[in-house]
Ligand binder design. Structure first.
Ligand SMILES: [Zn+2]
Length: 66
């Protein structure tokens, strides 16, 4: 396997883990399926309107000053 894009590089586009501030649900980014997967040990509440903690710190692109 000669992968030019090792899994570490995914952090450039996505946070690799996110936690709900309301119910504690934890999800991890699965690069293979391009989707979030729920951590088995922190499923949280299915009725929760999840408030992910990544909004403040995750900036996919730098916005130019206007
Ligand atoms: Zn939640």
């Amino acid at each position: 396997m000669d992968d030019p894009h090792p899994s570490m590089s995914i952090s450039l586009r996505h946070p690799t883990e996110r936690v709900c501030e309301r119910c504690g649900r934890t999800e991890r980014w699965n690069a293979d399926t391009d989707s979030w997967q729920v951590a088995a040990d922190a499923v949280g509440s299915v009725y929760c309107i999840h408030e992910w903690d990544i909004n403040g710190s995750f900036v996919p692109f730098e916005k130019p000053e206007e």
